[in-house]
Design a protein around this ligand. Sequence first.
Ligand SMILES: *Cc1c(COP(=O)(O)O)cnc(C)c1O
Length: 390
Amino acid sequence: MSNYYEDGDAYIALHYGENNKEYLRAVVPPIYMNSLHTFARIEDYYNVPQGAYLYGRYNNPTVEIVERKIAALEQGKRAFLYASGMAAATAAVMAVCRSGDHVVCVHNAYGPLQSFLIDYCSKDLDITVTFVRGDSMEELRKAVQDNTSLMILETPGSATFSLVDLKEVARLARENHIVTYVDNSYCSPEFQKPLTLGIDMVMHSTTKYLGGHSDLIGGVLVTSHEGLMGRLGQQRPWFGGIMGPMEAWLLMRGLRTLHVRMKHHEETALEIARSLEKNPRVRKVYYPGLESHPQYELAKRQQTGSSGLLSFEVNASPAKAVQVINRLRVFQIGPSWGGFESLAIMPLLKNTDEYAQWYGASRGIIRIHCGLEGAGVLLKDIEQALEIIS
Ligand SMILES: *Cc1c(COP(=O)(O)O)cnc(C)c1O
């Protein structure tokens, strides 16, 4: 098990972290669907070694198998699974920030996390926040204050898929003793490993690609930072947000096909992005895998691929874009992404034109997740929907 990096990510997802001898040599580890573990003697109960199984809010054998796999995939020392991506994200903020601290956060971070920072941390905990675009080192340098303790990054960011130069930001943060956090849900460890670029903490909504089947809600934090590992390990039982064994088992099943799924999502998305770029009814395509992406060079440098999520704007008004999305048949309208099914949404439709402009897009932007149906049927679906534009 020690040379797992050489065995590759597919091996890690399939076999690493399991000990089949412990479970009757069953090829698939069981779901330890229990809330507690028992002891032969009261003395044993009062002398449980650190990390041994005791109570399900602390740890669980099935959960730990998956934590070992995800830590190895991200090349980190320790992973902590949570009941949702938001439970993981808020746990990260609570582990790092104290009252009086300052946080730098990218403008396109996950919406509910922004709301947590603005409506709770700022208002009630006296933790201030500066939002940045994240694509300029000068802007990031200016945003840093004496009391900045955390940088919240997401790259590529949702909707417009702008990138953050992780190596450069990690260096800036180190110089200023700031902890760096990256939401890696878009790439998954298949296409990006932020810890290897100097980032302190990686977060995933495992609801997305890691789960991959739209049948679980979950989150994870991965780190090799000693202080953070201690703090997260101490705080998770307080807040009580550990992932349940059933979800962990489903997540383990999802992970086994991560490698093949991501390749397929990418191939499909790239084919669709390239085709949309040539379509006269489409004004703009946002996808980090396209040569026309303004940060394509950076994408090639820090990612080994791009996933199935992309956006485009039609050559017409937002009202017309609404008609286009409503004509889609294979793509279903719904939140989330990362599963087998193709989805579409208009992330900025309910915002003002001014906000959309600041965000770097128009209110009519359509975000699609290319599922596993295949590029042919998906492209045909989009093309028939676009026919409403003359
Ligand atoms: C969905 C999502 C989250 C939140 O995860 P939940 O599992 O829904 O709590 C965070 N970040 C990104 C990028 C997401 O897409």
